[in-house]
Write a protein that binds this ligand. Structure first.
Ligand code: AMP
Ligand code: MN
Ligand code: MN
Ligand code: MN
Length: 273
């Protein structure tokens, strides 16, 4: 069975339209799919209208929040996208994202990057604006050579453009997800550039705040890390999730429906669905 519970469309920072993602998933023989755009469920306006035989679509979202000074991502899986709690969550986070984009642009302006807001907005189109769109604009104007360089120097953790203080709190995010009948999953726990002990502390805090799952496998990943995260999930009674974190075609380390496997002794989150 092929399960992919973490993917993006152009409604946030991915490059495929929702229906293109769905047909790619079908071609990759995905059995269970969650589309989890950053702080928006807009893709589901299209997706829920076009059911595909053999593919179980789980409504999802990837929320941005902050914990202990780190920018953290929390997946809401199997949510009711239309309920009051999810509308409130998406409304709050969208406003935060817009305000944050203005702040990022102001900061980049100080570096001599003009019109960053309109430049990034043009890249985002009607989707949720984020740092990848600023990075694309910075590449376009020749300020940096690559997206990687833009993040490494200006937008990544601890850099000038890393604005994270407007997001709703971790407990609030978890509450919104649970009130939407969804399951709150801590996304890609190994990608926050934390020490192992800090990561373990984060997982403990997440579980104590009502979090229900841990993304034990995220894209191409060292099996030793997967085993270690599976142990941390078990310690805190968290179910295990997995996903590619697909954004773009031709990125083999995060490709849609890539064959991912949970280590033994995990409780797969999709067992409850
Ligand atoms: P934001 O939602 O604005 O906080 O932007 C976070 C997104 O930026 C992540 O979900 C990734 O898709 C992308 N990202 C993070 N780090 C990098 C990087 N080093 N290079 C390219 N994209 C990145
Ligand atoms: Mn992203
Ligand atoms: Mn993420
Ligand atoms: Mn993601």
């Amino acid at each position: 069975m092929i399960v992919d519970l973490h993917t993006h469309t152009r409604c946030s920072d991915g490059s495929l339209a929702p229906d293109e993602l769905l047909s790619d998933a079908q071609a990759a023989r995905v059995d269970i799919l969650a589309v989890t755009d950053h702080d928006t469920t807009a893709a589901y306006r299209e997706l829920l209208r076009t059911p595909i035989a053999g593919l179980k679509l789980i409504p999802g979202i990837e929320f941005s929040t902050e914990s202990d000074g780190y920018g953290i991502h929390v997946l809401g899986l199997n949510i009711d996208t239309e309920c009051d709690a999810m509308r409130a969550a998406v409304g709050f986070q969208s406003a935060a994202r817009a305000e944050r984009a203005e702040q990022i642009a102001q900061r980049l302006d100080k570096l001599g990057i003009e019109n960053a807001l309109s430049g990034a907005q043009a890249k985002a189109g009607s989707g949720a604006i984020g740092r990848p769109h600023f990075a694309q604009y910075m590449v376009d104007i020749g300020f940096v050579k690559s997206l990687e360089q833009a993040f490494k120097r200006y937008l990544g953790p601890g850099k000038l453009g890393d604005v994270k203080q407007m997001w709703a709190s971790l407990p609030q995010i978890i509450e919104w997800i649970r009130d939407s009948k969804g399951t709150a999953v801590l996304a890609h726990p190994a990608k926050y550039k934390m020490t192992r002990s800090r990561r373990q502390r984060l997982i403990g805090t997440f579980a104590a705040s009502g979090g229900q799952g841990l993304e034990v496998v995220s894209g191409r990943q060292d099996p030793e890390l997967s085993a270690s995260l599976a142990g941390e999930a078990a310690t805190h009674g968290l179910a295990a999730s997995l996903g590619s974190d697909f954004h773009h075609r031709n990125q083999p380390w995060a490709s849609l429906g890539m064959p991912l496997r949970l280590p033994p002794n995990c409780r797969p989150i999709w067992d409850e669905w």
